[in-house]
Design a protein around this ligand. Structure first.
Ligand code: TA6
Length: 481
């Protein structure tokens, strides 16, 4: 069994992707359509089968090569009408793992239950996004913040859970999105609480997990005391069989083997710093209300997650509006032909002039005079506040200059030889966007993000100067994240 790689990237808002892949290698199997029932979604591919409960988007069954690879207690219900989390499969722990810290961040988590609300919420199965590809049957599930979640956790969010049944793997990806229009950060923990079914006849005490040597771990059986693991190979044995350990900064590849028996499972992970190893032991297992008889003997939880620290997803850009600003070229056609931008004052350098114009166009409505008396009273803002309200634009470099020799509209990327004093020079600058910014856009304007392929060689629509920008940017190495 292999936990595969994850990646985290950013888009409008931020995405943080946690990935785990249950991967048992075999040849390619035939693809089959996705089936839905009132409470579940069923993926089939050749002889493989996965079933996901809408409750918690919990993958509660994964059958490969005729064997069930996950443990789900027969006393647990996957029905949406049942409010309890599924006891087994891969419950999603989000936005917290374990009992919430009720005082942190002004009580942000104080209304949450253990492991958060994602695993007990009813997720929406997105038939529209779901698809069959050469490599997998892929089902998408969404959970967005709504009045009920906002009373529990006062943050906007969107979770997208992607379950892929591949030829020889089950992929479960959790993406966390902090909407760009949210003004607050989105601090969360996340963990995929996987109940790995043990081969018949193997009990937890014969399970070995490696390599864990040298790691710091929090032992929840010993009151969350933090210790150093001195064993490279850890056996799932503890007081009365109970093991409950949070290994911090664990290796991205872990092996699960069985004392005196064949077979192994490989757990591989990325962007999931930590891993939890848990089994309640027979006594505590029997005390769990929805645990089937001797259920605790049939699984070990090896749970990749981000639990040692919180992820802080910050909205990239917050878009606010402000009063209209006069347009100096009434027609759209003219505006497209006329380069955007504005004129600078005599004493201004081009860079300073551009910063002033950017602030005028996209800065906050009102002017903040930092550190001095503002008209009509003193302002207690410090420089940090000012940055939050108005980005400090970094003018990177001049990309091109365009000259207008006379009163006609046309401009040239060179000074025509017969012209001594051009009527106008326009300089196009590359400006680095700050990492986060509040952009106040005048109500009568739009802030447009144009892909380079739209501009490329499209002088008919955008004029020669803008259409030339992709060529000019080609000298830069752009890192796509
Ligand atoms: O992941 C281990 C753990 O945090 C254990 O401490 C135990 O509480 C387990 O999760 C199950 O929690 P649950 O709320 O599903 O009963």
């Amino acid at each position: 069994m292999k936990w595969a790689e994850g990646r985290s990237g950013a888009c409008c808002g931020c995405w943080f992707a946690l990935v785990d892949i249950i991967d048992v290698r075999r040849g390619r199997l035939a693809a089959m359509p996705i089936e839905t029932t009132n409470d579940t979604v069923i993926l089939r591919r050749g002889h493989q089968r996965a079933e996901v409960a809408l409750k918690g988007a919990t993958v509660f069954s994964y059958v490969y090569a005729g064997k069930e690879r996950l443990f789900t207690s027969s006393k647990s219900s996957v029905k949406t009408a049942d409010s309890a989390a599924v006891r087994g499969g891969i419950p999603i722990c989000w936005p917290v793992f374990g009992p919430p810290d009720t005082t942190a961040r002004g009580g942000l988590y104080s209304k949450l239950k253990q492991h958060g609300f994602a695993r007990t919420s009813i997720w929406h199965f997105s038939e529209h996004d779901s698809k069959s590809t050469d490599d997998a049957e892929i089902a998408f599930f969404h959970l967005e913040s709504h009045p009920e979640t906002l009373t529990l956790f006062d943050r906007s969010f969107k979770l997208v859970y992607e379950v892929q049944l591949r030829d020889a793997a089950l992929v479960a990806k959790l993406h966390v999105h902090a909407p760009a229009d949210s003004s607050a950060e989105l601090p969360f923990q996340a963990l995929l609480h996987s109940y790995l079914r043990l081969p018949a006849g193997i009990k937890p005490a014969r399970v070995r997990v490696a390599p864990l040597g040298g790691l710091t771990f929090r032992d929840k059986v010993q009151g969350n005391v933090e210790s150093k693991e001195d064993r490279d190979v850890v056996d799932v044995q503890g007081p009365n069989g109970e093991v409950d350990r949070v290994y911090l900064q664990a290796p991205d590849t872990l092996q699960v083997t069985y004392e005196g028996a064949e077979g192994e499972m490989v757990v591989k992970k990325q962007s999931l710093a930590d891993v939890v190893l848990w089994n309640p032991g027979p006594d505590k297992g029997a005390a769990i209300g929805d645990m089937e008889k001797n259920g605790a003997d049939k699984y070990v939880c090896l749970e990749p997650g981000q639990v040692g620290s919180f992820v802080e997803l910050k909205p990239d850009y917050v878009f606010a509006t402000k009063d209209e600003q006069p347009e100096d070229t009434p027609s759209v056609g003219q505006r497209l032909q006329k380069l955007p931008g504005d004129f600078i004052n005599m004493h201004e350098s081009e860079e300073e002039g551009l910063k002033t114009r950017l602030h005028h166009r996209l800065g906050p409505e009102f002017e903040i005079v930092v550190g001095k008396e503002a008209a009509g009273g003193s302002v207690a803002f410090d420089s940090a506040s000012r940055e939050q309200l108005s980005p400090d634009w970094n003018i990177n470099s001049a990309l091109s200059k365009w000259w207008r020799p006379n009163f006609e509209g046309f401009m040239y990327p060179y000074m025509p030889i017969h012209v001594s004093t051009p009527k106008e020079v326009k300089t196009i600058f590359l400006v680095d966007l700050p990492e986060h910014a509040v952009l106040h856009v005048p109500k009568n304007m739009k802030l447009v993000a144009l892909p380079l392929f739209e501009l490329y060689d499209n002088a008919i629509r955008y004029g020669p100067a803008l259409a030339a920008i992709p060529h000019l940017l080609s000298k830069y190495d752009v890192e796509i994240v």
